[in-house]
Design a protein around this ligand. Sequence first.
Ligand SMILES: Cc1ncc(COP(=O)(O)O)c(C=O)c1O
Length: 402
Amino acid sequence: MDAKEFCERYAVERKGTNSLKWDALKDRFGDPDLLAAWVADMEFKAPEAVLDALQQRIAHGVFGYSYVPDSFYEAFIKWEKEHHGYTVEKEWIRFSTGVVTALYWFVNAFTKIGDAVILLTPVYYPFHNAVKDNGRKLVTCELVNENGNYHIDFDAFEKSIIDNDVKLFIQCSPHNPVGRVWTEKELKTILSICKKHDVLVVSDEIHQDLVMEGHQHIPSAIVGGGAFAHNLITVTAPSKTFNLAGLLTSQIIIENDQLRTQFDNYVKTVNQTEVNILGLTAAEAAYRHGQQWLDGLLSVIEHNYNHVKRHLNEQAPNILISPLEGTYLIWLDLRNVIDANQTKEFIQDRCRIAVDFGEWFGEESKGFIRLNMATEPRFVELAVENILSNLEDFAVVGKSSE
Ligand SMILES: Cc1ncc(COP(=O)(O)O)c(C=O)c1O
């Protein structure tokens, strides 16, 4: 399915449907009329198979306590095996009502107050919150940014671990917001460093299925033939892949028996809920029948990304666009064209776009923005048009106010 057909079939108006992205603009940005290009969900309906499965479930009319059916495990295990080469056993799987919730649990289950937790920044801001909100010490190691191309400084990472006696690394793979899909070599190096210093790794692989052509997501659990799986917890979900975030269903994979027991013992102190039957129903249908829909979605993301690249490269080449290898979130460095302190004034007040601002992901990223490509091309075209048409005028304003 190409991008045009996908949009014709699945694009839908979300304003006025209690969507965080569109209906919370006033609350979150102080302005209800912005073009919403922030939070990571989409203007697309879920695959038909998901809607059919949910409708059938709703027609049954009973929403009592639920139990995870074997068919769910089968569908998820098959997906992981076929798409990512990861053989997951049913006994290793646990559930949470969201990946971020799970991150908070991991921090509490596996570290003590005051322990150091390391992140590679810039990174998805709830990672920072999960560390800080729980009274742990946040240690950041900046990714190296070479004209928008990011890589890991392994020596700096190892030094930070040693200097701070780090206990836990929360990895983002693929990486939000810089769009990297880590190579096997990079993963092997970082996982080896963690193993050497006895640092537990939590790998957030929620974007595992959103990978552009020419790149391949490698689950950390299979790197080096599974050499690091003992020291690792993987968390993933169908929520980004199939636009199901509101159904609050995510999977945790813990191979190591001892870590799993420690996790279970912690979770029973904070969570006594059963699974969300609608979330599970949707997830199973998506894993079973969502492939064609996902292929269509990936062509929309690619189409939108190419549009941004083409127009900005031609008309504003000083805006740096990080290569999108994975996720559907593009990372733009505006610092060559506007004063970083005026990013909000430019993007929000002038261009009328709601974005995730760079500094949300780490202090070093002021002057960057993250834009969501999983939307209708007309929204992306409008965002690009607004940026380009205001740029010259604003850059002059910026200069005259210096
Ligand atoms: C890396 C990463 N982890 C977690 C989440 C959110 O997951 P959840 O909605 O399941 O808490 C996102 C959402 O964008 C994300 O990018």
